[in-house]
Design a protein around this ligand. Sequence first.
Ligand code: SAM
Ligand code: SF4
Length: 335
Amino acid sequence: MTAPLIDPFQRAISYLRVSVTDRCDFRCVYCMSENMSFLPKKELLTLEELDRMCSAFIDMGVEKLRITGGEPLVRRGIMTFFNTMTRHLESGALQELTLTTNGSQLERFAGDLFAAGVRRVNISLDTLDDQKFADITRWGRLPQVLRGVDAAQKAGMRVKINVVALKGFNEDELFDLVEWCAGRDMDLTFIEVMPMGDIGNEDRLDQYWPLKDLRARLAERYTLKELAERTGGPARYVALEETGQKIGFITPLTHNFCESCNRVRLTCTGELYMCLGQEDMADLRPALRNHLGDDTALQTHIREAITRKPKGHDFDYARQSVDGRVSRHMSHTGG
Ligand code: SAM
Ligand code: SF4
């Protein structure tokens, strides 16, 4: 291994999130507009290039790889990529290979993912109601996703359900979601909606349900015990004493989690974003494509980019206008 990646604030970069496609088979209202235009195929890193890129990061100390998108499982041939990453798990260089998915393709892929070494999966699911699910995802169907959840558990993967907290949409399902996850021994994390990209007519201020309100609602029924556990990411955790369940809260807007940030994000075109909430990025694709067979230039570019990792982001809903918003979609940078 070469020298680890340390940023100017002495944070070691050990976690890479990789968006393998900007495409998706859903059109969630908070994430995409109905008529999205997607990148032409030639713009995307090939599966071999994704392998080279991830391997370079692993060589520099990245221990955790999360594959995301868009919907990662709609990328053609994606299992080839997972299978090539297995060698890094086997060598011990990579501690964890995981993915975030909408679950639509899991029925098909769960077994193969487990065989490739994936032991945990985050599945995004905002409601347990068929009609509401169709409304929020525009193109999704709930039964298909529920079959995906079943398949993931059956294959032996630990499942975490990610729920975007949406005012007036899933407020009334809070306890149903908690109980459903408890009954199936799945972890649960709530995410505050973030100002990412242009999504058409939806007004994000209307959708914003602060997690401190959600948490207060939970505390009406359960005893919440704060857990010290931090993952270097934006989640904070509580345990519900009555069920023993762990619940996560991702509150990028109301809480500053940046001081312990250990992660960077790679887009499907090879741009490295050092912070989800900032526009600065490094385009690593030329270093990859101009130096076939030699990753020295690529590693130099990665190191240079890490020296630009900012102290934190500037999201702020507080002034009634969405300040600090970034123009790209979540599906571009990878959530
Ligand atoms: N398609 C996969 C999925 O839905 O899990 C992976 C990509 S998706 C962009 C990753 C996560 O970002 C999902 O949990 C999704 O709910 C969340 N997300 C998308 N747009 C968001 C937004 N504007 N604010 C907060 N979370 C968002
Ligand atoms: Fe697709 Fe995930 Fe975005 Fe929904 S949140 S549109 S499933 S990328």
